[in-house]
Design a protein around this ligand. Structure first.
Ligand code: CAA
Ligand code: FAD
Length: 381
């Protein structure tokens, strides 16, 4: 890590603990979980026990009380091995726990945070809909105000932890005439009558993570389950996503560094034309490009995390980190497959999975095009 960032003893210890956990507990079964779309239930439980599921939550609510820099370091290490585990971790930490701790009532925090942090339960964040992805203000799901409760109707799409979560933060429209200022965010428990989860999507990548649609039919949600004031839901979504994007940037960074580590090792071992392929300049240049982009991506991730830790504005730096790191992940993974030749095309060598997993980092928590909209709006202000 660049000497610009002087990591503290504590931050280095978190990084090392995440690295040890990923290498010893995630590496062995990762190919099988990917192949069979197997949710890493045991591994997530362990992540909870080790404090990785509520990293930034105050110890008062059962969290680890760490900073965003530590979170980025842990996300990178876990993503180097298993990006499915890291997206489960990312949604739980930066969207669900952070949102609840920042904006929830004392009662909501007490009720959900300790179990979310310990890994006993998992959270999900439901903004996207079949017809509202990038255009997130076009919410069709409605939360009709019925006095002391909301009546929730509609469909959410592509929800991470969709079948495995116990608690869902659901964004829905209450006052369409107020547009984005008429949207609310409601806490919905899994077993609430009228709430059903669709089947798991069969995905290109992050196959260990479960993604599904959610259907709400006349679901009664008590008013005390609303987070923040009436109409705060869209701002809530934007605020949590601003931080979430730092986590996804770190996920992309991890995929890229994992691809580089495997490529360096392979290039030194594999011989062609009498020498290790690492001695061919074409391979050296690929490795040099990968390493340079990875260092740049890491600096952007640490910059965004530091902005958040220092309470500076991080919407732009987080979007830049995600935009750049996700492209770095995609490019590095494609080159890693190339460096591995035919071996790169089969599952045992891991890099084909990195290539499939990398793609999602350019799509979720705002596509690369959306990150450019966020960045350009900020710099044109
Ligand atoms: N913080 C606080 N408020 C914000 C904000 C921010 N970072 N960004 C926007 N807002 C506010 C605006 O100020 C505005 O409020 P007012 O009306 O009170 O002024 C309101 O939100 C609406 O904003 P815009 O007018 O800018 O809305 P827009 O329609 O132009 O859309 C957008 C803006 C950035 C494109 C937004 O729709 C967006 O981020 N889209 C992408 C959605 C997304 O990222 N989805 C991810 C789903 S979760 C996920 O994917 C998880 C996973 O995979 C693991
Ligand atoms: P669209 O918005 O239809 O975009 C299609 C294309 O048009 C994209 O290339 C996009 O960049 C481009 N485009 C759209 N508008 C513009 C514009 N104004 N300018 C330029 N280009 C534009 N959502 C959740 O709420 N919670 C989750 O937990 C979650 N997890 C996910 C997990 C997975 C595996 C996947 C695939 C998605 C997940 N999502 C989740 C949804 C994800 O955030 C959306 O897929 C994403 O925001 C894009 O929305 P969309 O798919 O509707 O694409």
């Amino acid at each position: 890590i660049s000497s610009i960032y002087q990591l503290s003893e504590e931050q280095l210890a978190v990084r090392d603990a995440a690295r040890d956990f990923a290498q010893s507990e995630l590496w062995a079964g990762v190919i099988e979980r990917d192949e069979h779309q197997k949710f890493p239930a045991e591994q997530v439980k362990k992540m909870g026990e080790l404090g990785f599921m509520g990293m930034m939550v105050s110890p008062e609510y059962g969290g680890s009380g760490l900073d965003t820099v530590s979170y980025v370091l842990a996300m990178e290490e876990i993503s180097k091995v298993d990006a499915s585990c890291s997206v489960i971790m990312s949604v739980n930490n930066s969207l669900v726990c952070w949102g609840l701790e920042q904006y929830g009532t004392e009662e909501q925090k007490q009720k959900y945070l300790p179990r979310l942090c310990s890994g006993e339960i998992i959270g999900a964040f439901a903004l996207s809909e079949p017809e509202a992805g990038s255009d997130a203000t076009s919410q069709r799901t409605t939360a009709e105000d019925m006095g002391d409760y909301y009546l929730l109707n509609g469909t959410k799409n592509w929800i991470t932890n969709g079948t495995t979560a116990s608690v869902y933060l659901v964004i829905a429209q209450t006052n369409p005439e107020l547009k984005s200022r008429g949207i609310n965010v409601l806490i919905v428990d899994k077993d609430t009558p009228g709430f059903i989860q669709g089947p798991k999507e069969n995905k290109l990548g992050i196959r260990g993570s479960d993604t599904c649609s959610l259907m709400f039919t006349d679901v009664v949600v008590p008013k005390e389950n609303r987070i923040g004031a009436d109409g705060f839901g869209f701002k809530f979504a934007m605020q949590v996503l601003a931080g979430g994007r730092i986590g996804i940037a770190a996920q992309a960074l991890g995929i890229a560094s994992g691809a580089l580590e495997l490529s360096l090792k392979y290039a030194k071992e594999r011989k062609a034309f009498g020498v290790p392929i690492a001695q061919h300049q074409a391979i050296q240049f690929k490795l040099a490009d990968m390493a340079t982009n990875i260092d740049a991506a890491r600096l952007l991730c640490l910059q965004a995390a530091t902005d958040k830790d220092h309470h500076a504005d991080y919407a732009k730096s987080g979007a830049m980190a995600k935009l750049f790191a996700s492209k770095t992940a995609m490019d590095a993974a494609v080159e890693a497959v190339q460096i591995h030749g035919g071996y790169g095309f089969v599952k045992e060598y891991h890099v084909e999975r990195f290539m499939r997993d990398a793609k999602i980092t350019q799509i979720y928590e705002g596509t690369s095009e959306i990150q450019k909209i966020v960045i350009s709006r900020e710099i044109l202000k």
